[in-house]
Write a protein that binds this ligand. Structure first.
Ligand code: HEM
Length: 414
């Protein structure tokens, strides 16, 4: 295959189960210009350098000719780059300093040690309940029955979303996560669907935020909507608040599910490590770091060059779209010995599973706790788990990548 078409192949669903050989080909040219003008960055060194380079922007969504909808939140999808007004209403993962930093700080102030630690214990209880439900099963779907419901419940409880509204969020989050897939950005039909979803979810959030203003509780939405400086309140405007809440919801739903599912896939394929984890639960934190390197939920993120950048023998021109192929950097043999081997005893795992630099994942400690609770319980309680489909069917996303279903046959739940 031509080097300039390798990223097309990465996005092709036929390669979803194992994109890693394509990444190895891409690493032969650390910064590779694709035929559509995108620059794909695939080595550990080049990704590290660009993640910390102020000449790249996260304000990447392409402009569109569609008319504005009048709703500032859905307008950032419709016409996000050129329009100054709508530009200020994007969630902060799509924004640059100084706005990014201000909003991020407000959110980090709500991810208090106490709140995140409370969710550690809560995750254990939730996983125990989810597994109890499978006690008579001879098979179950790890994605639908455990990996998805856990982070949904956790993020809804942290934000302060009433439990009866959770099912609605499932569909909304899945739809909005597709906004991160590059092919959907140029696809008007997918964008139109996202806009409808955005309108629905932002109407819901607006109502919930009003309620939090009237009756503040000990949750993140109440904290973020409080007055600036008061009770840790971030003093965000309503539109930023809604955009931030939606970002947390989608980020909390759509990534942790894949970390748990990818991990179980790797472990059931390596039963000796699964047995080891059951008897040695302290292995979990290292095993999760290795998983975030070996088969991470987020394979790439996009950026745009604010000026021309010389890197690894290539000049990226001003305005070019850049793909940071995080999952490829994680398999770079220049940094990791025997990179294609899953090895939880590996020392010094400097992975890009949570990104790096300014946009480093805000929910990393929470995601680690959730995955730890799930994996230890699964290792200890599932009796003789076997994969029913190997490879399992994957969700369509290439950027947020993970199994759609992971059906396991079991001899019981202890
Ligand atoms: C950003 C991965 C869980 C909230 C990121 C980024 C990655 C990532 C790679 C960097 C994006 C970029 O550079 O453009 C993951 C993975 C998770 C996970 C693999 C689970 C295993 C969570 C959770 C939350 C969360 C549970 C919140 C509840 C965020 C936010 C950002 C972010 C708000 C944007 C940070 C910024 O732009 O400053 N995440 N994430 N993530 N993540 Fe996560």
């Amino acid at each position: 295959m031509k080097a300039g078409r390798l990223f097309e192949a990465v996005k092709d669903e036929a390669n979803r189960a194992d994109p890693y050989p394509l990444y190895a080909r891409l690493r032969e040219t650390p910064v590779s210009r694709q035929d559509d003008g995108t620059y794909v960055v695939s080595t550990h060194a080049a990704i590290t350098s660009l993640l910390h380079d102020p000449r790249i922007s996260s304000e990447t969504l392409p402009p569109s000719e569609r008319p504005r909808t009048g709703n500032p939140l859905s307008d950032w999808i419709v016409n996000p780059v050129k329009d100054h007004v709508t530009n200020t209403h994007r969630p902060f993962i799509f924004r640059d300093p100084p706005d990014h930093d201000r909003l991020r700080m407000a959110v980090m102030g709500q991810f208090t040690h106490q709140r995140v630690h409370a969710m550690r214990g809560r995750s254990h209880d939730l996983v125990a309940d989810l597994l109890d439900k499978q006690s008579d099963a001879t098979s179950f779907d790890l994605v639908c029955d455990v990996a998805y419901p856990l982070p949904v419940t956790v993020i809804c409880e942290m934000l302060g979303v009433p439990p009866e509204d959770e099912p609605q969020f499932h569909g909304w989050a899945t739809q909005l996560a597709s906004a991160l897939e590059p092919d959907n950005l140029g696809n008007e039909e997918a964008r139109a669907k996202n806009i409808t979803t955005f309108d629905e979810i932002s109407t819901y959030m607006r109502g919930l935020i009003k309620e939090k203003h009237r009756h503040p509780q000990d949750d993140m939405l109440s904290g973020m909507s409080g007055e600036s400086g008061k009770d840790g309140g971030a003093g965000m405007g309503e539109v930023d608040l809604i955009a931030t809440a939606i970002l947390l919801l989608v980020a909390g739903h759509e990534t942790t599910v894949n970390l748990i599912a990818n991990s179980m896939l790797a472990l059931v394929r390596r039963p000796h490590i699964l047995t080891r984890l059951a008897g040695e639960p302290d292995l979990a934190p290292r095993l999760i770091e290795e998983m975030l390197r070996y088969d991470p939920p987020v394979h790439f993120r996009t950026r745009r060059a604010l000026s021309s950048i010389d890197i690894a023998g290539t000049t990226i021109p001003e305005g070019a779209d850049i793909v940071l192929l995080l999952a490829s950097g994680n398999r770079d043999p220049a940094v990791f010995r025997d990179p294609d081997r899953f090895d939880p005893d590996r020392p010094d795992i400097r992975h890009f599973g949570f990104g790096g630099g300014l946009h480093y994942c805000a929910g990393a400690p929470l995601a680690r706790f959730e995955a730890e609770a799930a994996l230890v319980a699964l290792a200890q309680r599932l009796v003789h788990p076997r994969l029913i489909d190997d490879p399992p069917p994957y969700r369509s996303g290439a950027a947020l990548r993970g199994p759609m279903h992971l059906r396991l046959a079991i001899d019981g739940v202890a």
